[in-house]
Design a protein around this ligand. Structure first.
Ligand code: SF4
Length: 374
């Protein structure tokens, strides 16, 4: 069977060839991430996972072996117990069962193993796991599995972002198996930004799969799986349904895009639960220590920060200290929410300030109890 022919058809006009869209990049006015035209999914009903073509394409796939993910229904921590996991994945689950998980970004210079080692030296004792994902600043990066090995070698647990922009399904399946072999705790499955965004617009985008289709493949490889969702991005009234379908595909955690106030995230979690899915959230905590980092955060599609968050930091006499205080305060607030099992602190800083940003992440992680022995 030809897998490409069996794959679900892309919605006409979607530059990312998505079938289960929309992506998280829909602008506040409903326009496409990369074009001044409306996102083609605004008026389309949410596609349930799996659709008939997906089911037909699963059987010959060597990774899936006929399995298309978890059965629909509630999916909270008890469901995280069974299944094959990496040792690091088991450790992350053990942390979550005992206290909030402290995940942070890894602010290393792209393609610089010495920079990864230097950041790890600063962060190792203060964070539980680092998320190393796509970069808007540098589309060319070390492959995820090699980055994972560098992170592990330097004493940190790794959670790697995997996108569908740069690799077809064959390369992605190999990458997922390599990530499992490298011992990562989990993977963050995303469709990814289009190549028209970022610094390599000359590259041809792939989008053979989309984020939701990566999920069962990553589960089959023995990895914990997180997905993104953008509660504040149009169509806002169908963002809960979109996450529910990702949970049906087997997603175990949601790392939501910044959605505004803590009460906005609480409302979104309630909506998802009302749809019958109790997926745990690792809530995003923005970290800002300088003006360039603030501008970088502002460039994220559909990211809405709490009112006054940035201004309070940049207007402070010491933005570094003010940034740490603001992130810790927000994290503590988010961790009070039912359904939030951890935080993911991330952001960016001026080029050349990577180690200073790593110090900020380490301080935030330590204040939240991260990195403590099990
Ligand atoms: S916003 Fe995303 S999902 Fe919508 S048409 Fe554009 S690329 Fe496709």
């Amino acid at each position: 069977m030809n897998l490409l022919l069996a794959s679900p058809a892309a919605a006409p006009g979607c530059p990312k060839l998505m079938h289960y869209g929309p992506c998280g990049g829909v602008s506040a006015d409903g326009s496409c991430e990369i074009a001044p035209t409306p996102c083609v999914f605004l008026d389309r009903p949410t596609v349930a996972w799996p659709d008939a073509a997906e089911a037909a394409s699963a059987r010959p796939d060597p990774l899936l072996n006929g399995s298309l993910g978890a059965a629909p229904g509630p999916a909270l921590l008890p469901s995280l117990s069974p299944g094959r996991r990496t040792p690091a994945g088991e450790e992350v689950l053990a942390i979550i069962r005992s206290r909030p998980l402290v995940m942070t970004g890894l602010p290393a210079v792209p393609m610089d193993s010495a920079s990864i080692a230097a950041c790890a030296d600063i962060m190792r004792d203060s964070v539980d796991v680092v998320l190393s994902g796509d970069s808007g600043r540098a589309r060319v990066q070390f492959p995820p599995s090699y980055r994972a090995e560098l992170i592990r070698r330097n004493g940190l647990r790794a959670w790697l972002g995997v996108n569908c922009r740069d690799r077809n399904r064959v390369a992605l399946e190999g990458e997922l198996l390599a990530l499992a072999d490298a011992g990562v705790a989990g993977v963050h499955c995303v469709t990814g930004d289009h190549t028209d965004l970022g610094d390599r617009a000359d590259a041809k985008p792939v989008f053979d799969l989309e984020g939701i289709q990566l999920v069962p493949r990553a589960r089959a490889a023995g990895l914990l799986v997180s997905v993104a969702e953008s509660p504040a991005s149009p169509p806002v009234d169908r963002r809960a349904a979109r996450l529910i379908e990702k949970a049906h595909a087997g997603a175990e955690f949601c790392l939501p895009q910044y959605a505004g106030e803590t009460s906005d995230l609480a409302r979104y979690i309630d909506e998802v639960r009302a749809g019958g899915v109790d997926i745990p959230f690792v809530a995003g905590v923005p970290v800002v220590i300088d003006r360039i980092g603030a501008e970088l955060l502002a460039s994220f599609a559909a990211a809405i920060l709490p009112a006054g968050f940035i201004e309070g930091i940049l207007d402070a006499r010491d933005p570094f200290e003010a940034g740490i205080r603001a992130s810790v305060a927000l994290a503590e607030e988010l961790l009070e929410l039912d359904g939030v099992v951890g935080i993911a602190a991330a952001g960016g800083a001026q080029v050349g300030q990577e180690l200073q940003f790593a110090r900020a992440l380490a301080r935030i992680g330590a204040e939240l109890g991260g990195g403590a022995s099990l």
